[in-house]
Design a protein around this ligand. Structure first.
Ligand SMILES: [Mn+2]
Length: 227
């Protein structure tokens, strides 16, 4: 990818969000955890804004209806407000758009977390959707790592129109974990229907995000004193 204008995170200053004012994370007085990110390359153009302490409101347009459906589930079940405008070279395929969306959302969420003061940090869940059962474990570690254990048959059909290749879900999460600097394991315990498997994985990550970014204390949750 050739970067024309580097991605940037606005709304943060020294690890603290400076956008907005008022009560921060779920009743704990503090800065509003809001951030934006932009990416512009020859392949994609993205604008993202997030509020970690929102109401799960999704205002999303990627040009890929199935991807929009997944990202809406991510918002609803995490409680994170997400506004996203993405346009990409879908005439090639959805790869660049999906990957760069993961980078931009990860960058915005990482920016909104600021210095990570008092966050719960760790979360895990086993989340069912009919026959599909997906396990996710998340650590807001400051280190990017993805272990992705969802294997679908090679001949599985793409979803939606324009098509979303189910293999792209791994690309999205790899980009997300890289940009957000989080450690994440995603594992399929059972599953047959591709829509169910992917939707359960997005919902499971959402619930883990909701738990992991929740403010429970005042200190950085690390013996190093910094994440
Ligand atoms: Mn669905």
């Amino acid at each position: 990818m050739q970067e024309v204008q580097g991605g940037q995170t606005a709304g943060t200053d020294g690890g603290q969000s400076v956008l907005g004012s008022g009560t921060g994370a779920r009743g704990v007085a503090g800065p509003c955890r809001i951030a934006t990110a932009e990416r512009r390359t020859k392949e994609t153009c993205l604008e993202v804004s997030v509020n970690l302490d929102g109401a799960g409101v999704a205002d999303i347009s990627t040009g890929l209806p199935f991807f929009d459906h997944m990202l809406s589930a991510l918002c609803r079940h995490s409680g994170i407000d997400l506004r996203l405008r993405a346009s990409g070279d879908l005439e090639v395929d959805a790869h660049h758009t999906v990957e760069d969306t993961g980078l931009a959302i990860g960058e915005a969420i990482g920016g909104a977390l600021g210095g990570k003061l008092g966050i719960r940090r760790f979360a895990s869940i086993a989340l069912p959707l009919d026959e599909a059962l997906i396990e996710v474990a998340l650590d807001v570690s400051g280190r990017p790592f993805l272990e992705y254990g969802i294997t679908l048959p090679h001949d599985v059909l793409a979803l939606g129109d324009p098509p979303f290749d189910p293999q792209l879900a791994e690309e999205f999460w790899r980009a997300f974990t890289t940009a957000a600097m989080v450690t994440m394991h995603v594992r399929m315990i059972s599953g047959k229907n591709t829509h169910h498997v992917l939707e359960a994985s997005f919902k499971a990550v959402a619930r883990c995000l909701a738990d992991a970014v929740r403010v429970e204390g005042v200190a950085v949750p690390s013996t190093k004193g910094v994440i």
